[in-house]
Design a protein around this ligand. Structure first.
Ligand code: TRP
Length: 339
């Protein structure tokens, strides 16, 4: 079992990143560790340059994201934690795979279509070839399990197509160069929506800070945001079906369930018939209980920049070592003679 995943180091990490991605990394880290497998989690800083960005901000947010991941429970002694920029093999393999990936495949990517909108001609080439770098990210390490959100499933399918075509074209059947990776998509409950609109994902780019719970929000801010969260005037139903058409109520109940390890129907079993005047303070308390230790660890880690840099340097050394053979095999298979 080899778990590999990347997270973009842009913006403030929030509850949606935590419940949707980071909690799942920690779980897989522990599973992989227990099964004698390995876990590689990296900051996708090379991907971040596919959109306009501020260089100083990128280095700062890369460190913040490492501190966040460690504060949330990723353990650098169990997980190889690094940033792509320190492991040149990612950029190298991307180029090698660019001979295999097809324009037609990339043109079908919905993330490309969404991000480019009507202005395809004005986008960076990096935005278009973004999924090829993502394929390199996982194929380099012979990943078997790749935890991602639903929106990244298509990129993983592309990585499998690239791996398959490369193996077909350049490797013998009994000695494939790349392993086909499987996406691991967390359960539906992990889709955390905005506190202001139950139909929009909780996002770092939402103009209203009230729409999200940032992992560094203090207890008062969290309680205030939960109390101001959009809801409807009805009390909570006792059955899940009663949440139909009540996107905001469903979101708050789902968050409660995700934080307490309960299903939506368990939560309704406890709170059915109660109004938001009772439910919101309970949810706020639960969030504060979960996030305040993370918050404290994050602040401690951010005070020691050298320690954070050392974590990244150690991770990068392990990642370079782990990716060396696969990269060499890819060069060789293509007939490229390295010095
Ligand atoms: N594209 C992913 C996202 O936006 C981040 C990412 C980059 C990634 N490389 C990856 C995820 C490799 C999984 C595997 O969320």
């Amino acid at each position: 079992m080899r778990v590999v995943s990347g997270i973009q180091p842009t913006g403030q990490p929030h509850l949606g990143n935590y419940l949707g991605a980071i909690v799942n990394y920690v779980k897989l880290q522990d599973e992989a560790h227990a099964a004698g497998g390995e876990c590689f989690i990296f900051l996708a800083d090379l991907h971040a340059i596919s959109m306009p960005h501020d260089p100083a901000e990128l280095s700062a947010t890369t460190r913040e994201m490492v501190a966040t991941l460690v504060a949330c429970g990723l353990d650098p002694s169990k997980t190889v934690l690094f940033n792509q920029a320190q492991v040149p093999a990612h950029a190298e393999l991307q180029w090698l795979l660019s001979g295999t990936a097809r324009m037609g495949w990339l043109n079908r990517m919905t993330q490309w279509k969404d991000k480019a909108g009507k202005n395809r001609e004005g986008q960076s080439i990096a935005l278009f070839t973004y999924p090829v770098l993502q394929a390199a990210d996982v194929l380099l390490y012979q990943a078997t399990h790749v935890p991602v959100g639903e929106d990244q499933k298509q990129h993983l399918e592309l990585a499998r197509d690239i791996a398959q075509k490369f193996n077909n074209d350049f490797a013998s059947e009994d000695a494939p160069i790349f392993t086909l990776p499987e996406p691991i998509i967390p359960p539906e409950a992990a889709r955390i929506m905005s506190l202001r609109d139950g139909n929009a994902k909780m996002s770092k780019s939402d103009v209203s800070d009230l729409a999200r719970i940032n992992l560094i929000d203090d207890a008062d801010t969290i309680m205030k945001k939960v109390k101001k969260a959009k809801t409807d005037p009805e009390p909570l139903p006792s059955e899940e079906a009663g949440l139909e058409g009540r996107a905001e109520a469903l979101n708050l109940v789902s968050i409660y369930g995700a934080l307490s390890g309960q299903s939506v129907s368990d939560v309704l079993g406890e709170f059915g018939g109660q109004g938001f005047g009772v439910f919101k303070p309970a949810l706020g308390e639960l969030m504060i209980d979960t996030l305040s230790p993370i918050n404290t660890r994050f602040r401690d880690l951010m005070q020691d920049r050298e320690a954070l840099d050392a974590i990244l340097a150690r991770g990068a050394a392990k990642a370079r070592e782990a990716s060396g053979d696969t990269l060499a095999a890819a060069y060789k298979a293509l007939g490229l003679v390295r010095g």
